[in-house]
Design a protein around this ligand. Structure first.
Ligand code: ATP
Length: 267
């Protein structure tokens, strides 16, 4: 029997019904993600990266084609596929701690004691540097801090697949670098499979095993997949001068800005 990939996206097409009629967002998407792989989706604004991520999350159903995770069809969202959105989605009436605890309880509540659940929650918040503010409510902390709590909430669920839609996009450069480094360590430890949307070429190269480069929409598809030939653990300072890092960066920039340059006034 042929070995299936952990995530399979088979000939997926996505059309949205809009007031102006049907909008063809994605066509012929074929992607196989292996267990433990770190994949980034990169492409110009509006090409359909979030749509593809939401399809894998089960938040959208494809117009045609099939998506599988661990041999099961993806029909709805599930705790084994945790999502971190571009903008945090914390419940405003709960503290940061309780926001994370709620997710932890949904996954581990049936088999662990309250003390263990609280420990998991605290560990996740400490991990993203939010230990000092865990009893604050979302309106009392900055946008970047809210995003970190959202990441803690997803990580605390120990998902098989971590789906991230520009999770660091709203953060300042230093916090972003810190969280990228932390994410590398966490993923190495948990061996999570990650699919992450990013606009940032350096982020894609630093984190990915493979970079999925998407062509421009409408009817976008996968243009090319670049395998990043860099050993792990990766260390950002050393990487900056590594010829393989420079080559990967150049390949992605070349794809985005030479071969698939965005035409600003395109529909
Ligand atoms: N629910 C929807 N209804 C109609 N059109 C949609 C819907 N969701 C997305 N689209 C359209 O599909 C295309 C792809 O959108 P998507 O948000 O996936 O792109 P993206 O690559 O993630 O963009 P960005 O990088 O700007 O976040 C866009 O043209 C968008 O307007």
């Amino acid at each position: 029997m042929s070995q299936r990939a952990f995530i399979e996206v088979q000939n997926v097409e996505m059309r949205f019904n809009t007031r102006k009629g049907s909008f063809h967002a994605l066509q012929q998407i074929e992607l196989q993600v292996q267990r433990g792989e770190f994949i980034t989706l990169i492409g110009h604004s509006g090409c359909g990266k979030s749509t593809l991520l939401n399809l894998i999350a089960g938040l959208l159903r494809p117009t045609s084609g099939v998506l599988l995770c661990d041999n099961r069809e993806i029909a709805e969202p599930g705790p084994e596929r945790a999502v971190v959105f571009q903008n945090h989605s914390l419940l405003p009436w709960l503290s940061c701690f309780d926001n994370v605890l709620l997710a932890v309880e949904s996954v581990f509540g049936a088999r662990e004691l309250k003390r263990q659940l609280m420990q998991r929650t605290e560990d996740a918040l400490e991990l993203v540097g939010m230990g000092h503010a865990m009893f604050k409510r979302p309106h009392e902390i900055s946008g970047g801090m809210k995003q970190r709590v959202g990441i803690a909430r997803a990580l605390a669920m120990e998902p098989k697949v971590l789906l991230m839609d520009e999770p660091f996009g709203a953060l300042d450069a230093l916090t972003r670098a810190h969280l990228q480094d932390e994410l590398l360590k966490i993923v190495a430890r948990t061996r999570s499979t990650v699919v992450m949307v990013t606009h940032d070429v350096d982020e894609a190269v630093l984190l990915s095993d493979r970079i999925v480069m998407m062509s421009n929409g409408p009817a976008a598809s996968i243009g090319e997949i670049y395998a990043v030939d860099l050993p792990r653990p990766r260390e950002r300072v050393a990487l900056a001068e590594d010829a393989r890092y420079v080559a990967a960066r150049k390949a992605v920039i070349d794809f985005l800005y030479t071969r698939h340059r965005r035409v600003e006034n395109a529909a």
